[in-house]
Design a protein around this ligand. Sequence first.
Ligand SMILES: [Zn+2]
Length: 113
Amino acid sequence: MRCERHQRQIRAMARGEIIGSLKLREHARHCLRCQAEMSRERRIQRELQALRDELPIPGGLATRILESVESLDRGSIIVRKQRSKIAGLCALGVALAVGLTSRPGRRRVSQAS
Ligand SMILES: [Zn+2]
């Protein structure tokens, strides 16, 4: 199985949006790469959730960032070069959001852990 072709589904599985096919679940159980992808996705989701909790941004910047990340996934490898600009903007948005939260001194630590 080609992992990169299923990363979108793997990430959706990590978010709990889909259960995923039996074939894919079987694969993810044994594939370190897909497991890493899933844990990475869960971490990103936690970070974004924390950001959304901390920042009362009008219009939901964090949501827009999340949507940009989502839309990046939809493109194929061929358009990756065109997407790098968008990815840069997206990273800038995240950096901005993080910068906003950390500026007033210490950032509230998530209560999760
Ligand atoms: Zn895999």
